[in-house]
Each structure stands twice: as structure tokens, then as C-alpha cells.
Design a binder for this molecule. Sequence first.
Ligand code: ZN
Ligand code: ZN
Length: 90
Amino acid sequence: MKKAEKELYGKIASMGCILCLHLGYGPTPCEIHHIRRFGGKRENAEVIGLCPEHHRGNSGVHGLGRKGFESRYSIDEQALLQKTMELLTL
Ligand SMILES: [Zn+2]
Ligand SMILES: [Zn+2]
């Protein structure tokens, strides 16, 4: 992993779960989730922080799948990525 990448991941990880923030739960410890693009290459910066439950749990992006996740929270990965990037530049 490159240094810049590591720093970015560290920053994202320190912001906490972006979905918890969105839902108003406040910062919770998170894991890095890579956003997969359809047919495209995975880009380095396409990562968001999600807590273990919202990441791998039954109510998480991997547990629900992308469609289920979107309909449950009315927000998709791209919008969460957008929020993450906004917070990063503050
Ligand atoms: Zn969460
Ligand atoms: Zn993931």
C-alpha cells in the first residue's frame, strides 16, 4: 500500500462510520469498505468507512446487498462516498 493511500485510509477510518454519521448516531469505529464500480477498475480513493454492523452485519452493505442497502437507508454508496469526500476536505 502506498503512503498517500495509507494516510487517506487513516483519515477515513478516523472519521468513523459514514452511515452512522448520516443516521445521526455520531462517530463509531469503522472499517474500510471499497466501493466496487460496475465494470470498472477499483480506484484507490473509492473507499468509505463503515462500522462492523453497517459493513458486514445483517443490516450492512454486504449483508443486505447494494439494492437492499439503498432501499433501507435511502442512500447509496456513491452518496456516502460524496459525504466522505466533503468531510475530508473540511
Ligand atoms: Zn455504522
Ligand atoms: Zn466492504
